[in-house]
Design a protein around this ligand. Sequence first.
Ligand code: ATP
Length: 211
Amino acid sequence: MTNTSSPFSIGLTGGIGSGKTTVANLFGDLGAALVDTDAIAHQLSAPGGAAIAAIRSAFGDDFITAGGAMDRAKMRAHVFADAQARKQLESILHPLIRSETARAAAEARGDYLIFVVPLLVESQQWRNRTSRILVVDCSEEIQISRVMQRNAMPRAQVEAIMAAQATRAERLAAADDIIENNLDTAALLPQIAALHARYLSLAKTNNGDHL
Ligand code: ATP
């Protein structure tokens, strides 16, 4: 979780289903380097992932699928109901996420670096380590309907996840920049083009052009 490879970096965040990945990929198309901490966390607990052995020894074989991945649905239910278990899982995952993120950032090549961090506003460390916070914002109703559709998840489950995240108002209060994603993806393009131009010039003046 360090950005020593560049003094200028963007922390991109937003609530579940707000459109972080969609927005990040559009910045990537324009030349930004992306480090997706959620994807890194997934890889760590995928089959053969660096966290699997520690998860197996802390939680038992029941939490590992036949294919060798962490059983995500089972673990989600377990840590939702048990704060101690959640801490234990975080103590396994967080150091690995930090080191993998640092490695990915050091290897990243692009005009500037964007870290995609779902819970950035909730983490003082991340807030300190990124130059600007970019929030992807949409209404809560749109968040709910996108996630229900994408994950075939019942409304109550989406609402429970949202309740465990920072509120929309908290995220907006932490934002340096905001992308509004209530409409179709075409409506994102001019917003992203304008911010990209701004970030390019900030990256140059902040000595980030050696990435
Ligand atoms: P998560 O926090 O769950 O990882 P996310 O914030 O990365 O989600 P995306 O995966 O980019 O969000 O978007 C959530 C879903 O909504 C996806 O299925 C995506 O294709 C869709 N989506 C995002 N933005 C739009 C849009 N402007 N119009 C239509 N669909 C969209």
